[in-house]
Design a protein around this ligand. Structure first.
Ligand code: TZP
Ligand code: MG
Length: 209
């Protein structure tokens, strides 16, 4: 898959009064290089409509577009990838459905899941939640930055740290070894989403130099 650094997931409930596609375009302009549509509440048809708009704006800017959960929607809009959880279809079945070229990402919370994901042909894994977060309903206990260190030691595919990552704790995440981070609220809740993403990327660069 294309290299990435800052991964933004949608969280429409966190930016009332602002259009989803505008918020995500600001994130892209600020330097986000993957956008994931994650919508656990809307009907399939509404998810499809949002996915079409996000596919358009991500394509315009040459940014990777991933759909969470809905494999059919991902295929219908020509998304670059699909993100699944531990309770979704097994990776080999997802691969059978989406074909060889689509990116497949999977969330992991412990090293066994990460090893299985790598063996199973995932293109990247989510690693988290690192810190407490209110952005996910069925969230498991924070895995802390020690999980990042374990992943660094045992996993070769790209991984992205997620969960409660903010400007103030970003350095901790990078110091543990993470090169890529994923955020919802720290990005989408900002008044100026573009400026926020620029600031986050600067902090990431500072942390690695
Ligand atoms: N998966 C693990 S934590 C999380 C997801 C989708 C939510 C991350 O949101 P935030 O607002 O960046 O903590
Ligand atoms: Mg899922």
């Amino acid at each position: 898959m294309k290299e990435f650094r800052l991964y933004a997931i949608t969280g429409e409930e966190f930016h009332p009064g602002k259009e989803l596609v505008n918020v995500m375009e600001q994130a892209i302009l600020g330097g986000v290089d993957i956008v994931q549509l994650r919508d656990k509440k809307s009907s399939k048809i509404d998810v499809l409509k949002k996915a079409r708009k996000l596919r358009e704006v991500t394509k315009k800017h040459g940014v990777t577009f991933i759909v969470n959960d809905h494999i059919d929607v991902a295929l219908a809009v020509g998304a670059d990838g699909i993100h699944v959880g531990q309770d979704d279809l097994p990776l080999d079945e997802v691969r059978r459905i989406v074909g060889p070229d689509m990116v497949i990402g999977i969330s992991t919370h412990q090293i066994d899941e990460a090893i299985q994901a790598e063996k199973g042909g995932a293109d990247y894994i989510g690693v988290g939640p690192i810190f407490p977060t209110n952005s996910k309903e069925d969230v498991v206990d924070p895995v802390t930055t020690s999980y990042i260190q374990q992943i660094e030691a045992e996993i070769s595919i790209p991984y992205v740290a997620i969960g409660g990552i903010k400007r103030h704790n970003l350095k901790q995440v990078m110091d543990a070894g993470a090169k890529r981070v994923c955020m919802i609220t720290e990005i989408v809740e900002a008044d100026d989403v573009k400026a926020r993403c620029e600031e986050i990327i600067n902090l990431m660069e500072e942390a690695t130099t």
